[in-house]
Design a protein. Structure first.
Length: 251
């Protein structure tokens, strides 16, 4: 399926909540779970944090604990294999704030995670000072009175992009999408922008676009092909086929 690849192509992969759901991390669209016990406007917006920072920290402390108990699934492992064995460059842009991608790949010397991985919505494992912008590793539990290590202000918040805020690294992401030969979206709903526009943008620049999802997303028509099924099965199958084609080219 898809274009004939030689191994030198640049692959950009977007991952969403669907890839981590099978590791036990629910999405805010799930019918039950952590998200259903909170109002998103109160725990995932700057306004909610301003009204009740203690509630927001309670929510993210629970999410952080949930994330630390989760384990990477075969989809994460397959993408790590692709990044290791693909002769060209592979960039993963994730909407997820967990660290399951990091746990499948060793950090580079002196680094805190694998290169070629962008967290566009921030990370649960990060803390941010709303006063001075300083960042540091988040403890297991955070509270409104926690002082910033740099300026001492009691303005600590999770280093998470909330609704209404601009995702991180967008210039780098848009540039990569327009250089990509192959764009793959895994486990995304296609309802949250700007990520929902990535396939359209990459496709206009000449990339072949593939969606892998439990069900067709809201923007499935923007893709050249759609694979339906659980990420833990479909992603390893796709990676295996991609790498096998390099080892045994047709003809």
């Amino acid at each position: 399926m898809g274009p004939k690849l030689t191994g030198g192509e640049f692959i950009v992969i977007l991952t969403g909540a669907g890839i981590s759901a099978e590791s036990g991390l629910g999405t805010f669209r799930d019918k039950d779970g952590l998200w259903t016990r909170y109002d998103l406007a109160e725990v995932a917006t700057p306004e909610g944090f301003a009204r009740n920072p203690a509630l927001v920290h309670e929510f993210y402390n629970a999410r952080r604990a949930n994330s630390r108990e989760a384990r990477p699934n075969p989809a994460h492992e397959a993408l790590a294999r692709l990044r290791r064995d693909w002769p060209g460059d592979v960039l993963i842009v994730t909407q997820n704030v967990d660290d399951l991608h990091e746990r499948t790949e060793p950090a580079p010397p002196g680094g805190d995670g694998p290169s070629g991985l962008i967290h566009m919505h921030g990370r649960l494992e990060g803390a941010l000072c709303a006063a001075c912008g300083h960042r540091w590793p988040a403890p297991a539990r955070m509270a409104p009175a926690d002082p910033c290590p740099a300026c001492a202000a009691a303005a600590t918040r999770p280093d998470i992009v909330w609704f209404g805020e601009i995702p991180y690294h967008m210039d780098e992401i848009w540039f990569a999408l327009r250089q990509a030969d192959l764009f793959v979206s895994i486990g995304t709903s296609g309802t949250v922008y700007p990520a929902a526009a990535f396939a359209q943008d990459a496709g206009r620049a000449g990339a072949w676009c593939l969606e892998i999802n439990a069900e067709a997303s809201a923007v499935a028509e923007d893709f050249d092909a759609v694979l339906i099924g659980p990420a833990s099965r479909k992603v390893p199958e796709w990676v295996e086929g991609l790498l096998a084609a390099l080892s045994h080219p047709p003809g």
